[in-house]
Design a protein around this ligand. Structure first.
Ligand code: SAM
Length: 213
């Protein structure tokens, strides 16, 4: 299966999700979304959101920030465009169709790159992180929020037991936090800052990785 095929598969999946995504996820993800925006905004004013989807996070960024959102799915993006218009989000400077692994921005363009609920879907997550690192300014941060599996303690065992149920509702814990940690360790200019549990009860996690200044 080629990467190209996977990307087309993702586009088909999100064409179906676009009309119903907000009704399903708006409330459930609001804690994760607001905290992702806050963590990104603490780094500075120029923020890229990779996998911006229907734009549910856009309302949470301070008006002083310049937000650039990219996504693979035109159908999800058109919902984000509607939201920007309806909510008059003048700080959203660009919404564009782009693959996380091929970002059309110059090196060191952003103070923060938010990566909410997308890294586990990318066929080559390390390739996406490499590209995100390229467009991040020194001193900036990558903020990854997702359903990430725990690596040690009792939690991985509970996740294993719950895996069949989670699969039915479209969630998985296969992508572990340690995968992000290993990627950061391979790059001397990157520093794994830490993991924060996010509602509900740490089911989602927010990971921060900093580019040394
Ligand atoms: C679960 S949705 C999350 C949307 C939004 N970030 C949120 O938290 O509500 C995943 C989004 O990632 C996008 N996506 C998947 N693979 C991608 C890729 N390789 N590059 C850019 N976006 C991608 C999908 O089109 C979809 O809009």
């Amino acid at each position: 299966m080629s990467v190209q095929y996977d990307l087309e598969g993702q586009q088909r999946v999100y064409e179906k999700w676009a009309p119903i995504y907000d009704a399903v996820y708006h409330k459930f993800l609001s804690d994760a979304h607001s905290r992702t925006a806050a963590a990104a905004a603490r780094c500075g004013k120029d923020i890229l959101e990779v996998g911006v989807g229907t734009g549910l996070i856009l309302r949470y960024y301070p008006v002083s920030c310049n937000i650039y959102g990219v996504d693979l799915s035109e159908h999800m993006l058109s919902k984000a465009v509607e939201k920007v218009r309806e909510l008059r989000l003048g700080n959203v400077k660009l919404l564009a169709s782009m693959d996380a692994c091929r970002l059309g921005f110059a090196d060191a363009s952003f103070d923060a790159v938010a990566v909410p609920f997308v890294i586990t879907l990318v066929p080559n997550p390390e390739g996406a992180l490499d590209e995100i690192r390229r467009v991040l300014k020194p001193g900036g941060e990558i903020v990854v929020t997702s359903k990430l599996g725990a690596d040690d303690g009792i939690v991985p065992k509970v996740e294993e037991v719950l895996a069949p149920l989670m699969k039915k509702v479209g969630w998985s814990s296969h992508f572990k936090v340690s995968r992000l940690e290993r990627w950061a360790e391979r790059h001397p200019d990157m520093e794994f800052v830490g993991v924060e549990p996010v509602f509900p009860a740490g089911f989602f996690k927010l990971v921060r990785i900093r580019k040394r200044g």
